[in-house]
Ligand binder design. Structure first.
Ligand code: NDP
Length: 331
């Protein structure tokens, strides 16, 4: 341990907090593919199924640790043991909808965990580069495509937590010179998500109706518009941020927004179905406060990181449905 000075971290070793999640699993796959040794945490390594890592066939290639991110000692222990060159913080209660029901857990898991990691890097004097998963939810409604200068106005406990964690990262970068960045990522999707996320609910609902396992699908507000991208492209952007010369924050988005009913239309059209005959908008499923339009401007990422999104909403929907139908065919 070296307090006060800076100690070298292990070369080509990355530590992913939240490796069991959607982004964690794809980021692990991406980093392994680039020759990086990957360690990952779950709150309880013994209890987690790591289904996403298994599905990608990389479970045996990731060194797994248990770490409770709201517990400073736990974070200190795992970072001291691994001494990674890069840390990615992807662990938090990540559902906007659930954050209205679990506001305290959401805020703790987002803010305290981020500060625990920042404090540990500072305390150990590591030269580790740190990526923090921020979110478009910080912006709230965007009446024009949001960029890195757009003010925050979050509209959910999730967004409030992400905004606070964003400022903690900026503060540690400015105050202590840490290489710490926030990726302000807009929605990105993959087949690895549970159905509490509306996009997966639509995908599985449309497939169930096409297979005559269900008749109707209940959704909330169909008029909201979102900027949807494809998760594997977004984990590439995370790695690029840490490879950049200077620590900076970046908006990662497609730059295109579509309404939820357009997403639904694409999903049902995949099966030759008219969604209007099968989808109900149920007021009970509406959020206490929602974002009408969320769209990002990824120009800075294109200019400085050479990153831009390839897949837009229509390709995202067909990609999700191809994967869902392949899973069903495999039983
Ligand atoms: P997931 O929900 O798939 O994974 C998040 C991981 O965090 C889980 O696997 C879980 O790991 C851990 N976790 C869940 N709840 C808690 C909690 N209450 N306290 C501590 N840890 C918890 O999320 P994604 O992979 O989709 O997202 C990764 C990160 O990126 C998240 O921080 C999310 O908020 C952010 N983000 C995601 C976007 C998206 O569109 N996917 C958009 C913008 C930001 P375990 O149970 O093993 O401990």
């Amino acid at each position: 341990m070296n307090i006060g000075g800076t100690t070298r971290s292990s070369p080509k070793t990355a530590l992913i907090f939240g490796v069991s999640g959607q982004d964690g699993a794809y980021l692990a796959q991406f980093l392994l593919g680039n020759g990086i040794s990957v360690h990952g945490t779950s709150r309880d390594r013994e209890m987690s199924s790591f289904a996403n890592l298994r599905r990608l066939g990389i479970f045996d290639r990731v060194t797994l640790h248990s770490a409770g991110l709201t517990d400073f000692r736990s974070v200190l222990e795992v970072i001291s043991r691994v001494r990674p060159a890069e840390i990615y913080n992807l662990a938090s209660q990540a559902s906007v909808g659930l954050s209205f029901d679990q506001p305290v857990e959401t805020l703790n898991s987002t803010i305290t965990s981020t500060i625990n990691i920042l404090e540990t890097i500072r305390f150990l004097g590591l030269d580790t580069r740190f990526y923090n998963a921020s979110s478009s939810e910080c912006f709230g409604n965007t009446d024009r495509p949001a960029d890195e200068t757009t003010p925050f106005h979050p509209r959910s406990p999730y967004g409030v937590g992400k905004a606070a964690a964003y400022w903690a990262v900026a503060n540690y970068r400015e105050a202590y010179g840490l290489f710490a960045c926030s990726g302000i990522l807009f929605n990105h999707e993959l087949p690895l998500r549970p159905t509490r996320y509306v996009t997966q609910k639509i995908i599985r609902g449309a497939a169930d109706i096409a297979e005559r396992k269900a008749e109707m699908l209940d959704l909330g507000d169909l008029s909201i518009a979102r900027d949807w991208g494809w998760a594997p492209e977004y984990v590439d952007a995370m790695a690029r941020m840490l490879a950049h010369d200077e620590p900076q924050d970046f908006v990662i988005a497609t730059g295109e927004a579509n309404r939820l009913d357009a997403f639904v239309d694409r999903a049902f059209a995949y099966f030759g179905l008219d969604w209007r005959r099968h989808v109900r908008s149920n007021p009970a499923l509406m959020r206490p406060s929602d974002i009408a339009l969320s769209i990002g401007n990824p120009e800075k990422a294109k200019r400085l990181l050479g990153w831009s999104a390839e897949r837009r909403m229509t390709e995202v929907v067909s990609g999700l449905l191809d994967a869902e139908m392949a899973l069903r065919a495999a039983g």
